[in-house]
Every structure is written in C-alpha cells, then in structure tokens.
Design a protein around this ligand. Sequence first.
Ligand code: AMP
Ligand code: MG
Length: 604
Amino acid sequence: MISVEEALEKILSYIEVLEPERRPILDCLGQVLAEDIYSTIDIPPLDNSAMDGYAVRAEDTYGAGESSPVYLAVVGEIAAGSLPTRAVKAGTAIRIMTGAPLPDGADAVVQFENTDEMTRKSSGGDLSQIGILHQAKKRLNVRNRGEDIAKGNLVLEKGRVLRPQEIGVLASLGHSVAPVIRRPIVAILATGDELIAVDQPLDPGKIHDSNTYTIAAEVSRYGGIPRILGIGRDSIQSLTERIHEGLDADMLITSGGVSKGDYDIVKDVLAEHGEVGFWTVRMKPGKPLAFGIIKNVEGGRKREVPHLGLPGNPVSSMITFEQFARPAILKMMGKKTLAKPTVQAIIEDNIANNDGRRVFSRVMVTKRGGQYYASVTGPQGSGILTSIARANGLAVIPETSKGVKAGEIVQVQMLDWVQEQGEQRTWPIVTIVGRSESGKTLLVEQLICEFRRRGYKIAALKHSHCGDIEIDQPGKDTWKFAQAGSDAVCISSPRKLAFIKNSDHDPRVDEVLPIIGNEFDVVLVEGFKKSNLPKIEVHRKELGDDLLCSPEELSAIVTDGSLDTPLADNYKVPILSWADTAAIADFIEKNFLRTASGEGKCLP
Ligand code: AMP
Ligand code: MG
C-alpha cells in the first residue's frame, strides 16, 4: 500500500503545464495568465469628478456654511463622456456629473447635497446661480488622471489566476483577448457491463452510469474541458476501441474495472499501450487506483497521455478524483496552489478508523459562533452517492489515528464553502442591563456564584464606557509592548490567557463574542443595551419607575421593590425579585441555556 501523498507525487511527476493560447477574456475565468500585462494608457484618462455636483475653485468656497452660503454663477454643465468646453473662473461653477472630466480652472467638486440646488429646484428658483453650503478643500471629490492605472505600469503579472475582477481590469485596458495557459481536455470513460447510458431505460439488474457525469462536472468545475467517451464494456475489444477515442486528450480518466473483480480488464488493455501501475492507496474509500502513461502516435508525433483509473464506486470515484485528478488538472492549467482548502472543525459524531487507512468522511460543515462544526452525513458506504451530495466537506482522519470522538478537532477538506448559520440563538448568552447604580454588577456577581454552584462553565463580559481599559500594570512587559505601540497584546501562561486589542470604534457584542469562544455554558454580559441579545433589566425602586429599555425588548425585569406601573400586565414581561437569585437563575436556565444542538444542559 502507498500513501495518498506518494500516489499524488508519482502522478504529478508525469503531469506537465500546458502551452499558452490567446482566448476571448470572458472564456478565461479561472485560467492562469501566461504573460505580464502592462498598461499603454492612463486610467482614468483625465482628472474627473467622483461625485455629481459642481466643479469649483476651492478658494471660492472658503468660509461657506449652511448659514453663510457662497453664491457662484453657473456657467455650464458637463456629462460623463463629454469634454469641458469652458473653464471655471473666479466666482463661477460648472455643474458636473460623476466621471466627467474636470474643467480647467476647477480644483474641487462640491456634491449636490452640499449645495442649495434642491431648494432652488423645488421652489422653481434661479438655477443660473448656486449656493455652496460647505467649504471645499483642494482636490475634494476629484479623481486624478492615472490614479487607478498609470501608463507603462505592470498591471497583471504572469501566473495570476483570472477572476472576474482581473477580467474587468483586462477590459479596462482594452484587451478583448488574453494570453492564458490552455485548459486541459480530459477524456472520461466509464466501464462496466452493468451500466446503461443516462438517456436509456434501465433493464433489470442494470444501473445508470453516474460516474461519467460526476467526473465531467468535476473536470469543468476545476477548469478543464470534459470529453465524454461513453461506456466501455468489460471486454478487451470494447475498452481498446473506446480508449483510442480518448488518446488526443490531455488526460484520460476511467472509472471502474481497477479492483480485483473477474471482469477488471482495464489493466490488461492499458498494459498493451504503455506503462501502467496499479496501486493500493492507504485511503478509505477509494483504495484501488490505476495510473499509467499511454503511448500514442498522433500525426507522426509521439504523445504520452496520462491515464488515471478511478474506482467504480461512485463515492470512491469522486473522492479519488478530488485527491488525484483535481491537482493534476490544476497543475496542467499552470496553477500553483494544488492542495484543497481545509478548515479545522469540531466533529459532531464519532468516526472509527479500524484498518490504518486515511478516512475521508462526508460531512456537512457549518459555522456557529465563530467556530466550524462538522457532522457526518448519514451512512458512509462507498456506493451511497447521496452521502456526498449532502456534504460540503471531507473530514480527514489520519491513517495513524484509531478514529475520533464527537467533540474532537478534525481537519476538513472543503468541497464547497461553509454555510453560515444564524448565530442569534446558538450563544448561551444573557445580557443584564439597567441604569447606573441599579445593581447590575452585583446581580451578575450573584448569578456567577449561582451558576458556578450548578456546575456551569461561565464567561462574563462587561461593557465599559470609559475610552481606555487599563488592566495591565505599568512596568510589566505587556504594558511595555502596548506603550511601544503594539495594536494588540496577548499574554498566555500555563493557567491564564489575556488579550487586549486597540479598537478604532466601540466594538459590538457580536465582534467580541468570537474572541470569548464557545466553550462556555453561559456568557453573562453586563451592558451592551443596544444589542439584540436576550436582555434582563435591573430596576431599583429608588431610581424611579422608568426603565432603560422598552419592555418589548426585555425578557424579564428584576426589581428590588414593586414596580408601580402596569407594565407586567400590559406586556407580560416576567417580573422577578432581586433578592431571589435562585429564581433568576432558574429563569435564565429555562429560557436561554441551550447547547448548540438545541438541548438543555443536563445537570447532575
Ligand atoms: P468496479 O470498480 O468496476 O468493480 O465497480 C465497483 C462498483 O461501482 C460496482 O457496484 C459498479 O456497478 C459501480 N460502478 C462502476 N462504474 C459506475 C458508473 N459509471 N456509474 C455508477 N456506478 C458505477
Ligand atoms: Mg466494473
């Protein structure tokens, strides 16, 4: 048996980058640029306006304000695409549209909103004059000639993978075709006497050929051009004929006929035409794999076509395609990143590994509370194609592992991108709000004690109104790092971890929660009254009956005396007694403490 890496290395050693060609830019999506692209023009070609407004001389607007407009004579208008016919002189302005070239004399654009144009229009006023309501600095709302791309500059370098934005750049430079590494043509052949073409009715005991289509779609997805050869029967003659049809392709992929079954004759046919290796790869599913080089003479020219023989089972065939055919196609296309993107996820089911192979389990990965979770998509038989149709990733259990238990971290190769799930309810979180001096902090303290007693793991989060939080002691090393100007300081020790980061805004609670992580049974938050999190307001009689939040936003009110308003009856907000911490904790436990899977925590 050989490892996945050894198999891949051998395959890639026979794969060459294909030659460049020139293609219409819209056909080049995902292809690799084969030459450096320099600009022969400036973009934008002239200084122009970034706003709809009035082109002015900045100095004419000095001192302008809402209550002290500066009035300028309007001497013309310029639309995008036309050239100015006159200049802006002292005391004048020209109405200008976004993208229109800046007229001579002007050095700033005042947007419509900062003029009295609307008022004039609605009152049928005189538009030969305009009132400027804001003073403009020089170059305000002016885009400089060549600020995006300057003439002569290297804009896209050879090796770049063309995405929609690069295709847009090529268009802006006036390229309708681009030099790219050619897409590989991949011939696809299914094998088996049991197979029926997709458009034919099924006979008893037969199945439709699905591998051809999974593989063809995979080839297209990764940028290749699939060439479907159809179904080869389990006879030397049939396979030989079909394989010959695929020999002008850049690669041949067959499925089926590579295991030890009686009718597995792909190897016999291939051995006739070149080199072929049969490997047992240390992976599950997808153990048998064939790889060879078919020697071919085409128009007098010797050609070698790499052949990859995938197992017939539909799931094995797709997973082995992902591991071996995908990197080969990407390499032919000139791509450098061949590994599949992976994420680390918490596995939600146990996965066994009994025979020391690398297991690829079909999983659905979701992101909740800033953390990836992977759950196995039902029965994992290598013939169950729907197990991979329900999956967006492959959890990889190393050959050295005996398996993983739910809750452990696994690496997941992503087939697609991860689904984001609403984070609202998955956080076991409750916010305590209230006026200052209402006793919020004391309540949070008491709840921490109470939840601790009940066996919960707790995190507490406090929103502070003061601009700077000083929790480091002057003179300590971390304090010195912060003083020196580090934007974030993190310190870890065997028993504690702290992280302090500068912020240019007051962080919202959803920015803070991912830092706390999701290992806690409950996060008690003090403050953040504007968030959408479940809220409990603390009311203190001596501060009056007004509440900080409107009752619709509240899950409960905790009060130290009777609340003399009909709130409770009107809005049905539960009212709890400040003195009864246990009852408040019961309320929170019942309403908010749910694990990510939606079940309440079982207490001893
Ligand atoms: P083989 O590798 O040829 O022994 O095939 C293994 C299993 O995969 C058998 O159950 C085949 O019927 C099935 N199989 C092989 N080729 C295909 C295909 N093109 N589409 C669907 N199933 C296939
Ligand atoms: Mg077969």
